[in-house]
Design a protein around this ligand. Structure first.
Ligand code: CP
Length: 316
């Protein structure tokens, strides 16, 4: 693996999950594979899990880590070619990224979408600028359209907790007070479909995701019908793809214990952070079916599996 930008960089996702479990059993088994190497983590947006899990994963492999919070710690970057830089941006990505890669052996980058211009967001300008200008491998720490480290974690968590060979997985939209990206949902759909999972995606009318990522999943609009018999319920908000970035109020879509009762005692997942009693009721998050903490712990082993794979094949 050269870069980790999406599932397309992974030859065999299920083999990758096996690597995640192997690391979970013995996290320090390869504690010198990254000796003398530096991971640079570049954040254009906030993070708790991605920052901490990827840092710890790097430490477990013997790497050192440098974190750059672009919006608060660094110069404002320009991404467009040929622009006259007489406004806010101080440094072009054409200089900034090669400089970063002269200090780092692997770069991770997080950059959320603006949710105003769909074409621009779906072209992944920031992520692709890093890949184009980097002289080292690049890891997607959540981009405008995808969050593959989260999805590898989610697939691993389902494989870990499943009670049947082919469990029924439901990705349900849930309410949120702000417009959120589609990246976690897009990415989850992509990983479930490429591993032949039985996935149903349910959302209110007008909140359908891009078919580029959902092709192969069953699409529903009735949440209660979709939840019937589910083995896993992945709860997530996203803003509209078709009316790009628009938010909708549907408080009746909050996941409650009454809704959980329709399922096959489903395990309940969420990428976190989660807004209690908006996305999911306290009774669900605090109940025995929620596996969100176990899911978040698996972020560490998934990040470590990705770093290990890149270190094994490093081309720098
Ligand atoms: N799930 C996730 O990516 O969490 P953070 O935004 O806290 O990194």
């Amino acid at each position: 693996m050269k870069n980790f930008l999406s599932i397309d960089d992974v030859d065999d996702p299920i083999a990758m999950v096996k690597n995640v479990f192997e690391i979970k059993r013995a996290p320090l088994a390869d504690d010198s594979i990254g000796k003398g190497k530096v991971l640079g983590l570049v954040f254009f947006n906030s993070s708790l899990r991605t920052r901490m899990s990827t840092t710890r994963a790097a430490y477990n492999l013997g790497m050192n880590v440098m974190v750059l919070n672009v919006s608060s710690d660094s110069w404002q970057l320009e991404f467009e070619d040929g622009v006259i830089m007489d406004k806010g941006a101080v440094e072009h990505v054409k200089e900034a990224v090669p400089v970063m890669t002269s200090y780092c052996d692997i770069l991770g980058v997080r950059s959320f979408p603006g949710l105003k211009n769909r074409d621009k967001d779906y072209q992944e300008e920031v992520l692709h600028s890093f890949v184009k200008n980097a002289r080292c491998p690049v890891i997607n720490l959540e981009s405008s359209t995808l969050h593959p480290l989260q999805s590898l974690t989610d697939l691993s968590t389902i494989e870990e907790h499943k009670q049947s060979e082919k469990p029924q997985v439901v990705l349900t939209w849930a309410p949120h007070p702000r417009s959120l990206p589609q990246s976690v949902a897009n990415s989850f759909a992509q990983w479930m479909n490429k591993t032949n999972y039985d996935l149903t995606i349910v959302q209110p009318e007008g909140l359908e995701l891009s078919e580029q990522f959902t092709a192969g999943a069953k699409i529903e609009w009735n949440q209660e019908k979709a939840l019937e018999g589910a083995d896993f319920v992945y709860v997530k908000n996203w803003s509209s793809y078709h009316h790009y970035g628009a938010r909708k109020d549907h408080p009746e879509w909050t996941i409650t214990s009454e809704k959980l009762a329709l399922t096959n005692s489903a395990k309940v997942m969420h990428c976190l952070p989660v807004r209690r009693n908006v996305v999911m009721a306290d009774e669900v998050l605090d109940g025995p079916n929620a596996i969100v903490i176990q899911q978040a712990e698996n972020r560490l082993y998934a990040a470590q599996a990705v770093l290990k794979e890149i270190l094994k094949n490093q081309w720098k």
